[in-house]
Design a protein around this ligand. Structure first.
Ligand code: ADP
Ligand code: MG
Length: 219
């Protein structure tokens, strides 16, 4: 084996993760952390704010997904985490990966709330409650405006693909959603690029974030 590879081996087992999460990572075939996971997870798991910049495929979903799940108290049936994504497709992918990471955590409920989907069934699902919401900013705001969504107990707030969210014109919805989450929380922001507008948002909504930047899926 290439000795450099051995040096860089970063097994998930070195992290203070719940045993069921470590078991699921094995089942999923995730052995080593990707560079962005290795650089961000120790800080994420301390419940601190992190800005993660990395291209598609660098493993950002598991980085924040494990952060959410490691902290989550499944016995508290309240919305404890909110993940905002730019599109329904991305929200569905994120929700799917979080559910896979959460396999075996009894009764955990991950709900997607996205635009382009009829309101009725979403309202019904919301009435049944959830631990984690993954959705698009516009639709989340719709539910908040109608008083159907209570984010007052959110302690992990994630902006995924923040640059694309801005490109899609979600700045106002984003600002409005932020007003509904407690100020005492962990905020995680992921983006492929880090333009000035994102920096401005980060300065406004994050507390001493750790910046993690990786160039690719490999070092
Ligand atoms: P990003 O959000 O950075 O574009 P994803 O989180 O979607 O990337 O991850 C890309 C792919 O890599 C997904 O199929 C995911 O399941 C897989 N993956 C993530 N982390 C690992 C890992 N540590 N080991 C193996 N595969 C991984
Ligand atoms: Mg992603």
């Amino acid at each position: 084996m290439n000795p450099n590879l051995a040096d860089k081996a970063q097994p998930f087992t070195q992290l203070p993760l719940k045993p069921e999460l470590l078991t699921n990572l094995v089942t999923m075939g995730f052995k080593q952390m990707t560079p962005i996971q290795a650089q961000s997870l120790p800080t994420i798991l301390q419940s601190k704010d992190v800005i993660g910049q990395g291209k598609t495929g660098s493993g950002k979903t598991a980085a924040f997904g494990l952060g959410i799940l490691n902290k989550l108290n499944v016995k508290r049936f309240r919305i404890q985490s909110l993940v905002l994504c730019p599109t329904r497709e991305l929200a569905d992918q994120v929700a799917k990966e979080i559910r896979t990471l959460a396999r075996g955590i009894h009764n955990i409920k991950v709900l997607t709330l996205c635009g382009g989907v009829p309101m009725g069934p979403q309202i019904g699902s919301l009435e049944h409650g959830a631990h984690i919401i993954v959705g698009t900013p516009g639709r989340i705001m719709d539910h908040l405006d109608r008083g159907r969504l209570d984010l007052s107990e959110v302690d992990t707030f994630v902006l995924d693909e923040a640059d694309r969210m801005l490109e899609m014109g979600f700045q106002d919805a984003l600002d409005a959603v932020i007003e509904h989450v407690p100020s005492l929380r962990q905020t995680l922001l992921f983006s492929a690029t880090y333009p000035k507008q994102i920096e401005a948002i980060a300065n406004r909504i994050m507390v001493k974030p750790k910046m993690v930047k990786v160039e690719s899926t490999h070092d």
